[in-house]
Design a binder for this molecule. Sequence first.
Ligand code: C2E
Ligand code: CA
Ligand code: CA
Length: 388
Amino acid sequence: MVTNRLLILDDEAAIGTLVATVARKVGYEAEATTDFGSFREAFDRIEPTHVVLDLQLPDTDGVEVLSYLTARGANVRVLLMSGFDARVLDMVGQVARDRGFDVIATCRKPLRVPELRDILRRNAHEQPLALEPEALDQALDEGQIFVNFQPQCRLSDGVIVGFEALARWRHPDLDLIAPDKFIPLAERSGRIARLTHYVFDQATDAAVRFAACSPNCGVAVNVSPLDLSDPHLADKFAQVCRDKGVAPDKVTLEMTESAAMSDPVSAKEALVRLRLKGFRLSLDDFGTGYSSLVLLRQMPLSELKIDRSFVTDCTTSHDSEAIMEAVVAMAHALGLSVVAEGVETQEVLGRLAQADADLAQGYLMSRPVGLDEACRMLTGSGQMAQIS
Ligand code: C2E
Ligand code: CA
Ligand code: CA
């Protein structure tokens, strides 16, 4: 069993005590220190797995502590907190990530206990998953991998215009495994192409059923950067669509910026061929990569998906709101449609409609659901009550 050991550095003793108490309640061993000297002493003694760091201290600051941790070769998860404005906090978060730390959260003071508890609970080290790449072959052979569908709704009238296909793995011993865990495993072990084609097959089967309920309903499939190195990708996808009578323009392929960056020449060819075959291309997680603007000009895109982080914060952070609005305006000027993902509140939805985004996707409308449930949504009013 992995023990989670948390070390806190905050000159306000009361806050250190509060964090330690919350951490112990969710199963951590925890110790609080109030100055850099005692922090270093405790660090050697308990060898923490997690560090909670106040950025402003009388004898040092958060960046100096991070460089100390780097010098120590510390492999710790870091939670940063400060009363300073969000931008400074985000900036120090970037510094920590650039130094290779896993930053689990950046929290503005005053801390909210339920939020802190959730963060700590979520980021405790779990028992390492005993997942062998070979298990993926078996999972695909035996149908342990399945696909859920999350609706995408038009903001102007709430009509469902498509579903994103999202892979799930129901492992016989480990229960449900999230794609964030098994997609990287598939990518590392040379199995991603098989998985992509499996999901594409399920998604195009679903598209046939969706079209029977609502002729214009589309489906979106996530494509890994590695898939784009297959020179026959576009032909394979087009063949599947021909066999099933699915119009390629009802299929959107979602990829992140890293997809186009991985091997620019072959990726560019793959992308343009997919477009020539009639597929729609969507740039996923937009705003989290580095080369967005150059890529926007180069990639034959149909759509941008604004990353969840900007969407979630657009009613609470002026910066996120400004970025969200600017992305919508820029995408429209380039003739692209805009999907906002991660819509969880009515307030965010209203803000997106004001900013003139085209489509919304998120837990507010629906979590990803099985195919039958997705079809029921379409045959109902085909409209999500939250929007209309
Ligand atoms: P993604 O493509 O950005 O997919 C959206 C993720 O956000 C999904 O998580 C979805 O369940 C979640 N989500 C949707 N609405 C909300 C919301 O309102 N709030 C919050 N907090 N989350 C929301 P999921 O299904 O766990 O997928 C995670 C990632 O795994 C996906 O991110 C995608 O990158 C990858 N993935 C999933 N299926 C596939 C696949 O078939 N192929 C590939 N290559 N990647 C996949
Ligand atoms: Ca996606
Ligand atoms: Ca995304």
